[in-house]
Design a protein around this ligand. Sequence first.
Ligand SMILES: Cc1cc2nc3c(=O)[nH]c(=O)nc-3n(C[C@H](O)[C@H](O)[C@H](O)COP(=O)(O)OP(=O)(O)OC[C@H]3O[C@@H](n4cnc5c(N)ncnc54)[C@H](O)[C@@H]3O)c2cc1C
Length: 276
Amino acid sequence: MSVLLPASLAEALETLAADPDLVPMAGGTDLLVHWPQHTELHERSYLDLSGVEELRPHRWETDELVLGGLTTYWDIIEDQRAWNELPLLIDAARQVGSIQIQTRGSWAGNIVNASPAADGVPVLMAYDAVVVLESTRGRSEVPLSGFYSGYKEMRRSPDELVTEIRVPRRAYDVQIFEKVGQRRAQAITKVGVAVTRSDAGWRVVANSVAPFVCRCPAVERILEQGTEVRGSDDLLPAIREDVTPIDDIRSTAEYREKVLARLLYHDLLDLCPSFG
Ligand SMILES: Cc1cc2nc3c(=O)[nH]c(=O)nc-3n(C[C@H](O)[C@H](O)[C@H](O)COP(=O)(O)OP(=O)(O)OC[C@H]3O[C@@H](n4cnc5c(N)ncnc54)[C@H](O)[C@@H]3O)c2cc1C
């Protein structure tokens, strides 16, 4: 195994351009978890980003919060402004693994690892976050809601790094994040959902119910149009349009659909006059 340790973003991008087979590594909490079983991973070469200080800090701009490519969950948990303005980031961050994982794991790593069960992705997507990708060829910006195209498939080329995640600062009157797992901590999500409402409209984002974390446009339409919903079962046809859950070791497709419907119904009952 070889590990390359660039000291600047320019050096990291040049190194990756010269060898796009290099695997970028941020906190390593996703990458290293597979090492005991997948010994072939020991033969790969890694681009350890931990020395690239430019990627670490996050900053508040007038109209957005900008996370760096190495910003961790803990960096945001420690930021009181995030608790006040974008509380779903806190809700999700505090439910990722344990404190050890929260202090190492990055938002960018969560996005690029592309697990359908990722907990950072739904809240970022519900806030209309934009992924900033950079390579020696230039810089591009992709809305997170359009970043994935299939299981572990995404709009990132091998020579690109996620250098920023831009989160708009808006006024929200609905902000909900629900994670259903085996227990309160150290649990992989069985069903999850993030919901926001702002001037930009409703956003409903679900995880662990499709090959990738995704928005639920049919459910969003019900909310936008104020369609009458008399019980959680009324949401099932829209949910079935939006997501394709599977049976796996953690739960069944049927359970996932029903729990998603119940979470949405009970969370929105007091907020939507059309729910009764
Ligand atoms: C015990 C344990 C519990 C966990 N619990 C949860 C949980 O509850 N919820 C959850 O969502 N996740 C969980 N995870 C998974 C993991 O911690 C998160 O997905 C974390 O955000 C990954 O970030 P990282 O910086 O460690 O990524 P890494 O492991 O360093 O990288 C992950 C992927 O992203 C790529 N990558 C990283 N940074 C960049 C970048 N800047 N540009 C381009 N590519 C990049 C890597 O090449 C790799 O493909 C858990 C992991 C462990 C070990």
